[in-house]
Design a protein around this ligand. Sequence first.
Ligand code: UD1
Length: 442
Amino acid sequence: MTNYSEEQTSILEIQGKTPLRGETYISGAKNSALVLMAGGILCSEDCRLRNLPLLVDIERMTQILAAVGVKLQRNGDILDINAKDIGQDQAPYELVSQLRASFFVIGPLLARLGMTRVPLPGGCAIGARPVDLHVRGLQAMGADVRIEHGVVHACVKGSRKRLQGAKIYLDYPSVGATETIMMAATLAEGETIIENAAQEPEIIDLANFCRSMGARIKGAGSNKIVVSGVERLHSTDYSVIPDRIEAGTLLIAGAITQSEISLAPVVPEHLASVIAKLREVGPQVIIEDSNRLRLIPAPLRATDLKTLPFPGFPTDMQAQFMALLTVSEGSSMVTETVFENRLRHVAELQRMGADIRVKGNIALVQGIPFLSGAPVMATDLRASAALVLAGLAAQGTTIVQGLHHLDRGYDNLEAKLRKLGANIRRVKVTDDQDNIEYSAVS
Ligand code: UD1
């Protein structure tokens, strides 16, 4: 498993303008895998998850589950989970604060134990990220929720300690809140209806996973989800869907380097908005054998995009697409509507010569013929991928620092890019105050 302290002192060195070619593999979806791991708490029998990506975030989630008493065993991309003996121990703040998705254990723990305590995850690089919608959903199902000293204490009212089905309208189709409520509702008494639910593919994956354990869930993937609670769930063996954000990122790697590449496996419908935008910009994206995408490059032209909940354009692809627009002819307008602080990559792209102006949550991008390699700093997970993409297209050498962001959510991106022919290598940096020494690690 990844050594965090080492990763924080590594950089990526990219020689740009190297054409790519061939096919690469798409790993399991980070955001699905994380919530499915939390969902494993709902079941007191053995659960096997397959196609798990190798990521720092997954490792952190493993540690959080272990801290609340879940037994776990990992073997390659398979994770065996047994939550029979979970206890009242609190997930440690240090871990929850590093991984927002770890807050998602609150729903399953409350449903199983009738009470739980989970530290508030706090904000992160891209925004404040409150959890009010998760909390209000659990309250509607009969939980007493108090926040004391940064910890959420949740307790089911009544002597039977079982959550009650409820009708819940979400003010915003939050992915995490939909997942929290859906998981809690699987073991509740009666029917729960979630209106204005998130419709992301990860919600459907969670519903399918819960159904494979005997949960009764209808409507996942639409804006109304109906869950009929059951008393207990049973053992399962389930495979995580492919990562649509990793696939989208690699499609842009092809487009930005004017290279023909293929990716598999993917679920093309999960990428519909990204494929539509890529086609507007120029490249052809061809769906082959229902689970492979082939990108055929073309000259790049500007387009506008606005991030929205699924099926709209994903906020998790905004930074990477902006990297593409920096070298697309004409003026593009990028509007971020999901998170309040998700344009921090702009300053780093500007270091590479990009012509971008920011007004509030809007970035105006004027395409230029080429970017110039430069040292840049990753500011968050998807921003780090955007800088790698920019480096692939830039003239000269780009050094990307802050790789702990990249390693949170991309399963060996540089190996996949290298397999496609990119000139990219990870270099370990030894900083002894006066001298910075570089030595190749991959
Ligand atoms: C998930 C994804 C993340 C993605 C995001 C939006 C995981 C682990 N992460 O995050 O990669 O960028 O969906 O597609 O699956 N909000 C509230 N109150 C709440 C919850 C959310 O105001 O209780 C707001 C957030 O601050 C944000 C917006 O709703 O502005 C969307 O957040 P949400 O859909 O909940 O994202 P996450 O589930 O945290």
